[in-house]
Design a protein around this ligand. Structure first.
Ligand SMILES: [Zn+2]
Length: 285
């Protein structure tokens, strides 16, 4: 097996029977490699327990999403990101001389992905691009051409960005060429895929499948885990203890499963459980 497609092999913090007695860190940091960090928010602080991603290039760092909680006391994202950046600057004298500006982008504008934005508002050398549709679309150039593939160059590391509406009108999928990671936000993850725009969602999944056929994808990484390891069974909403989670990472094969599931759902709204995800199509979607 290609090392790029091996399982992440990480035990994520997944809540506790008593949220009050939770002893997990506020934010779990997993080093995927020396330049790539996957963060998970503590489930006792917010049941959504979203995943966030920090990627380093030679010139700057990119943070994807800012989590579900605004309070730095309960969710010290700024501190954790600062520590990771400082550790990198210490380890690499060349980048210490250059500094490491931070760019903050988002997978979409729902509250559990943007709540920590304000923690970065006064951070020096930092650009936070608003997740709302007009701001994000102008930044990526999707306002002029929604089909374009935008590129964010971190310095020797290019992240490609695709407009992928369906779950949310301003949803963006990011592809990191250097690792092959495809960051799909809440569009594709092992959980409840809420669809607000059904035709757009179908087009998005088609586009992701076509993209994955043309680019090597090591893992499909969404922003939540809501399934159990039992096929078709998810943890109820508001659950803050998920001892039987499947891995976060998904495969291109599962994108094809999702395509088939979309066909199967057809024109029916509501909830439709499949082995690895549950499609929740909104009434007017
Ligand atoms: Zn979310």
């Amino acid at each position: 097996m290609d090392s790029r497609t091996q399982p992440l092999g990480v035990d994520w913090i997944h809540g506790s029977p008593s949220a009050k007695h939770n002893t997990d860190p506020d934010i779990q940091v997993h080093a995927y490699d020396g330049d790539t960090y996957i963060l998970r928010q503590n489930m006792a602080v917010d049941y959504e327990a979203p995943f966030l991603f920090l990627l380093f290039g030679e010139d700057r760092a990119l943070l994807l999403d800012t989590g579900a909680t605004a309070s730095a006391a309960f969710f010290p994202l700024r501190r954790v990101v600062d520590e990771l950046i400082e550790a990198r600057l210490r380890a690499d004298p060349a980048s210490a001389r250059r500094g490491c500006p931070l760019l903050v982008l988002h997978t979409h504008a729902h509250g559990d992905h943007v709540a920590g934005d304000a923690q970065f508002a006064d951070r020096p050398d930092t650009t936070v691009v608003g997740a709302d549709l007009p701001t994000a679309w102008a930044y990526f150039g999707f306002d002029a051409d929604a089909e374009r593939i935008a590129e964010v160059d971190l310095g020797g590391r290019v992240v490609q960005c695709l407009a992928t509406p369906g779950h949310h009108a301003a949803a963006v999928t990011f592809y990191d060429r250097s690792t092959g990671l495809l960051f799909t936000g809440d569009t594709v993850y092992p959980g409840r895929l809420y669809v607000e725009d059904w035709p757009a969602f179908g087009r998005t999944v088609d586009r992701l499948i076509a993209f994955a056929a043309a680019h090597p994808v090591s893992h499909v990484l969404g922003c939540h885990i809501e399934m159990t390891r039992e096929p078709g069974v998810d943890y109820p909403i508001l659950t803050s203890y998920q001892p039987d989670e499947p891995p976060l990472e998904m495969t291109v094969g599962q994108l094809h499963d999702l395509r088939r599931a979309i066909e199967e759902v057809g024109d029916r709204t509501g909830r439709h459980a499949f082995a690895d995800f549950v499609i929740c199509r909104e009434e007017n979607g």
